[in-house]
Design a protein around this ligand. Structure first.
Ligand SMILES: [Zn+2]
Length: 256
């Protein structure tokens, strides 16, 4: 599967799935239309799907303009986001499946950042890792804010995602990695994998390269928001209860 990262707005990413044989494309979370439309037109691709993870403006702001250019594109998003995503055609629930370029994505219902948040997951094939489009749930080295959900909901959603194979590539919607890793180092200053990742991310960003995609394996090693059950993380926030540990991490990050 060819996946292209398009920086939009201040620090968002829209991702485009490309099917060169049919000259078609699917876009995830177009918070703005112009950079996406320009790339599609340069590459002579027709947009046929717009797949949305959640209703926030920086994920949906480009939908209407893209539909003016590509009127037959189908807009899909979570069933719980009904009425909050412009021109939504398909209302997705846990377990639904969507196909593009002969590959099938599964829909995961992962409330926490918002109550209607979904992820799209292409399982691995013989020669490709799995691909996870998780919106604002897990970020590189961090996680989304709890705008609508509770810590227990977010922990449950992240727990599910962290059980995917380590090789799964994780495409999240913001470039927050470097700052997230700075925070992570305050929680686990002696985590060597985290120190190495911070070093590499610094080089990437100083060359204006994205740090995305990450992998589930790397997040499990270095992201405190996937590590609530690691003793050093609980100790850092003086908690021995997983939900409390997660909530305290989130609280500390808000203050960071
Ligand atoms: Zn959001």
């Amino acid at each position: 599967m060819e996946i292209v990262t398009i920086p939009i707005l201040k620090d968002n990413y829209a991702f485009v799935l490309v099917d060169r044989s049919r000259q078609q494309a699917t876009v995830f979370d177009p918070g703005a239309s112009a950079p996406v439309a320009a790339w599609l037109s340069e590459n002579n691709l027709e947009l046929i799907n717009i797949w949305i993870t959640h209703h926030h403006r920086d994920h949906i702001g480009g939908i209407e303009d893209l539909l003016r250019r590509y009127p037959t594109a189908i807009v899909s998003g979570g069933a719980n986001d009904r009425g909050r995503i412009p021109k939504q055609h398909k209302y997705l629930n846990e377990g639904d499946r969507l196909t593009f370029a002969d590959q099938t994505a599964q829909v995961f219902f992962i409330p926490g950042h918002t109550l209607g948040h979904i992820a799209y997951y292409f399982p691995p094939t013989d020669n490709q890792p799995g691909e996870l489009f998780c919106g604002d749930t897990i970020f590189g080295g961090g996680c989304g804010r709890l705008f609508e959900g509770t810590p227990a909901q977010m922990l449950g959603s992240i727990d599910r995602l962290r059980q995917l194979p380590d090789s799964t590539r994780m495409w999240c919607s913001h470039e927050y990695t470097l700052n997230n890793l700075r925070f992570a180092l305050t929680i686990e200053p002696y985590n060597i994998d985290l120190q190495n990742r911070y070093h590499k991310a610094g080089i990437n960003r100083s060359n204006s390269q994205p740090t995305i995609p990450s992998t589930i394996g790397l997040e499990r090693q270095t992201n405190p928001f996937l590590r609530w059950d690691i003793p050093a993380v609980g100790l850092a926030v003086a908690s021995n209860n997983f939900v409390e540990t997660f909530a305290r991490l989130r609280g500390r990050k808000e203050q960071f």
